[in-house]
Design a binder for this molecule. Structure first.
Ligand code: SF4
Length: 206
């Protein structure tokens, strides 16, 4: 188990945000290790492993090396909320960063975040209701089992914000399915449904 103030990290790197409304924006990624769901379609399975333990202070130092490139830090995983990220988030805020959190939403954390991307996962697509009020966007991965009923239920829970249908790893069958679900959703008056993509896959970047 990590000691207090220590987090298990998979990687830290600078790139473009590839998904959702912030796609194309320069972003520093902090990928934490471990996940409580382990989806069969996960495209960051390498982050399920233990990773490397590091202190919040050291992580902050590494992130600051990219500060001249952007203010945005995206905390992702794995699933970042299974670790205690509170100290790190507060230190990042004190250092002037803007923070995006990508979460499957199963565990709620009250944190000073600038952008929350909620991506509920199968089989139950559960998320803690406390996230609801501050979420900026929702992403649903279009896997083989995703039904229009699940899409509709989630989209109706977030009528005020965009709900992205994100093709699974940009596979062709999933892109086709995303479009078909989007058409069906629009016919059901789900005006917040959006077609998503992963521009990191198109540009062959991390
Ligand atoms: S919740 Fe996210 S990180 Fe975890 S297994 Fe699913 S896709 Fe991968």
């Amino acid at each position: 188990m990590p000691q207090q103030n220590t987090l298990r990290i998979s990687e830290i790197f600078f790139s473009s945000q590839g998904e959702g409304l912030r796609a194309g924006e320069p972003t520093i990624f902090l990928r934490l290790s471990g996940c409580d769901v382990r989806c069969y379609f996960c495209d960051t399975k390498y982050a399920w492993d233990k990773g490397k333990a590091d202190t919040a202070e050291n992580i902050l130092k590494k992130i600051k090396k990219f500060k001249n490139l952007t203010d945005w830090v995206c905390i992702t995983g794995g699933e970042p909320t299974i670790q205690d990220i509170s100290n790190l988030v507060h230190q990042l805020k004190e250092s002037g960063f803007l923070i995006q959190l990508e979460t499957n939403g199963r565990i709620f954390k009250s944190l000073p975040l600038d952008w929350i991307t909620l991506s509920p996962k199968p089989p139950d697509y559960f998320f803690a209701s406390e996230w609801r009020k501050n979420v900026k966007e929702v992403k649903i991965v279009v896997d083989k089992n995703l039904s229009i009923d699940v899409v509709e239920k989630i989209a109706r829970s977030f009528l005020e914000i965009p709900v992205f249908l994100q093709p699974q790893s940009m596979r062709k069958w999933s892109i086709k399915k995303a479009y078909s679900l989007w058409r069906k959703g629009i016919q059901k008056n789900l005006k917040n449904l959006r077609l998503g993509c992963q521009i990191q896959k198109i540009y062959c970047i991390k």
